[in-house]
Design a binder for this molecule. Sequence first.
Ligand SMILES: [Ca+2]
Length: 177
Amino acid sequence: MQKATPWGNSIWEFSAYGLPADGKQDISFERSLDSAKGEVLQPIKIEDAFASSVQPESFNWKNKQSENFIVKNAIDNNLRTRWSSMHEDPQWLLLDLGAIKEFNEIRIVWETAHASIYKIEVSENKMAWKDIYSTENGDGKIDAIMLKEPIKARYIRLTGLKRATKWGFSLWEFWVF
Ligand SMILES: [Ca+2]
């Protein structure tokens, strides 16, 4: 509407980001992440999920409907449902693959309320835990974490140590490959 300088209006880039409009997992999106390798990966099925806390259901003014934040939302292959913790540090999310499985990549699709500091541990028995990843510079969006070598484990525990926002720890999906 009004130029800020004697020159014109000039921008380097204009980008828009969002989720699939149909509310279902966008497989082409998932595949596009692997296009460089020419492989199509399917995530390992996660049998169950638990969390240190769940934010109470609330009314979403954007969708005009109430929204819940139950932990199963993190493993339902739906990028429009999310788990969110209570608004306190720290919190954890525990995923059960149902049996010991081998994997070498984890992908976390964060909601705006992401973790700036978090770590991931794995276990075969929920007693002895092994650190496999940590970061103090989490920037949300999608974290595709390639492990140095394939890991065999049944349980995966994500611990959010510091929230990036005043909200909780919230993610749309947790994938294991
Ligand atoms: Ca979901």
